[in-house]
Design a protein around this ligand. Structure first.
Ligand code: PGA
Length: 247
């Protein structure tokens, strides 16, 4: 786990011109792994422009092929040059009805295509206030384990993204994040998962709080929404990851 992984999640943003400018200003840096997850129509453009920064998608179909109008398979994403696929983002869960079991099946379909699922987990504010953080996160992880098996877990990246921190400007405090990351690490160990699975933090990571979050021992990088759309902010976050890497 030498280098941290910083992944931009552009969400529903971009245009050919804006993407070109953004990617042009986000060069790869030594000492950190970088990736950007772009909307489907821009995968080919991003693949042609990125150099040393991995490409990812933001969701995927659980199906491989067939009569599933509008769906995009993991194999198609692999063919377009993706390495990562975000699955189970809280916006997908809340707005598009993806339940825990579907997220597990999507993670499995990503592994089937030999890509890396970035599996998002996290609690709502009400769940946190009720003291149910690990009950919720554990349930989300259980569903992934049920689909991918212990072997499959070695191929996933986990992103802890408390729902109340996403797009709100209210990031988890570094200690709050570390506490849940350590609990996820324990959950993985208790379920026989191999060591070295990366756990990213996501939710209002900005240039000014990235270093404190990345300094936590169980925070292996970040999943960055809004700040990934501003080149100088994304690059500052990536530099904070280098400064707080293990090597
Ligand atoms: P944010 O989004 O950085 O804008 O809070 C993070 C995410 O949704 O992955």
């Amino acid at each position: 786990m030498a280098q941290k992984l910083v992944v931009g999640n552009w969400k529903l943003n971009g245009s050919l011109a804006a993407n070109e400018a953004l990617i042009g200003a986000c060069g790869a840096l030594a000492g950190v792994e970088m990736a950007v997850c772009v909307p489907f129509p821009y995968l080919a453009q991003a693949a042609s422009l990125l150099a040393g920064v991995a490409l990812g998608a933001q969701t995927v179909s659980e199906f491989q092929s067939g009569a599933y109008t509008g769906e995009v398979s993991a194999e198609m994403l692999a063919e377009m040059g993706c390495r990562y696929v975000i699955v189970g983002h809280s916006e997908r869960r809340a707005l598009f009805g993806e339940d825990d079991a579907a997220v597990g099946r999507k993670a499995q379909s990503v592994l089937r295509a030999e890509l890396v699922p970035i599996v998002c987990v996290g609690e709502s504010l009400a769940e946190r206030e009720a003291g149910r953080v690990m009950e919720v996160v554990g349930r989300q992880l259980d569903a992934v384990l049920a689909s991918v098996g212990v072997q499959g877990l070695s191929g996933v990246v986990i992103a802890y993204e408390p729902v109340w921190a996403i797009g709100t400007g209210r990031a988890a405090g570094a200690d709050e994040a570390q506490e849940v990351h350590a609990a996820i690490r324990r959950w993985l160990a208790d379920h026989g998962a191999p060591k070295g699975i990366r756990i990213l933090y996501g939710g209002s990571v900005k240039a000014d709080n990235a270093a404190t979050l990345f300094a936590m021992p169980d925070v292996d990088g970040g999943l960055i929404g809004g700040a990934s759309l501003v080149a100088q902010d994304f690059m500052a976050i990536c530099r904070a990851a280098i400064a707080n890497g293990d090597d």
